[in-house]
Design a protein around this ligand. Sequence first.
Ligand SMILES: [Zn+2]
Length: 357
Amino acid sequence: MTKRLWSFSIVCLLVTSCGAPFSKPFPDQSSAHLASPHVTQTSTEANRDFEESHFVTDSDANTANAKKRINTLLPVSTPSASTVPSASATPSRAPRSTVTPSSKPKISSRKPATQTEASKRPSVPVQKNQGQIRIAQKKLTLSQLVVKYPETFKLRGSSQEKKIALTFDDGPDTRFTPKVLDALKANQVKATFFVLGSMAAIHPDIIKRIANEGHVIGNHSYSHENLPKLSVDKFQNQIERTEHVLQGLIGYSPRLIRPPYGAINEEQVKWMADHHYLIVNWNVDSLDWKSLSSDQVLHNIMQQTKPGSIILQHSGGADSQDLSGTVQAIGPLISKLKASGYTFVTVPELLHVTKSR
Ligand SMILES: [Zn+2]
């Protein structure tokens, strides 16, 4: 009788246990239940950790080594269902306490790229091509290019000297450039003009006046193209054609280049470096191209100017642009900044470089 009671008890226990999976899965069954919210989230987190570790590496280093490291860490060939990005990355990446190789390898192996793209925009673009996954070469931002090519790409001068440089883009024209020159002359300040080759060819006398009055001339391309979108030949033509026009008018080939919109890519920066040009953008933007009032122009500049600043304004533009505010702001701007102890210099003086190549 006792034996029968024991048998009955064992059968009851087995039936109770078999009912458990329907309400609470066993851990070893989780990976097969990807529809489970918990599992999906875990997988996403694993991939996010993986990607963030690479994003930090890429952003911090800005170097070829960083890219090499990224390419090493990520699988180049098609990952099979069992190929686990986190597993291959784990030995090299910074340890993260929330993700361990043993806890989530099978989960994160499920379609890593797809799940990551669905949950978060990739920090490093992943390209799928003919069954292969590889990391696209990430283009450096302008600020990264400035850091990587400090001898070629400048935004400002030394912060140790209370010197600043006024720069005027997009001239010469007959509407505003002569008025800008008049205002600078009245205030005895020399500035730097980044001119367009096409406009210089149309208004050679104004180019000569700029140079004769002691200002420096830089190259702002021939027809204000967005340089990174051009072929190598067209990009070089924009620079060299302008240089040819200017050389004939002012007697030197400008070393200073300001790309339209400040936009340039790494290949073009390298070309500039190889040919002894200096790329000069700015760290103070007057936003005067928006046809602002003189008060607004003045305010924008005064808010941002520091020792070593390169200030962006315009001396020419489209017919729809009114640069009266720029012209009217010049006098008060110079007075205020001089009163604050600033000295106005040309860009070559600010950066201690030659104006010609
Ligand atoms: Zn421009």
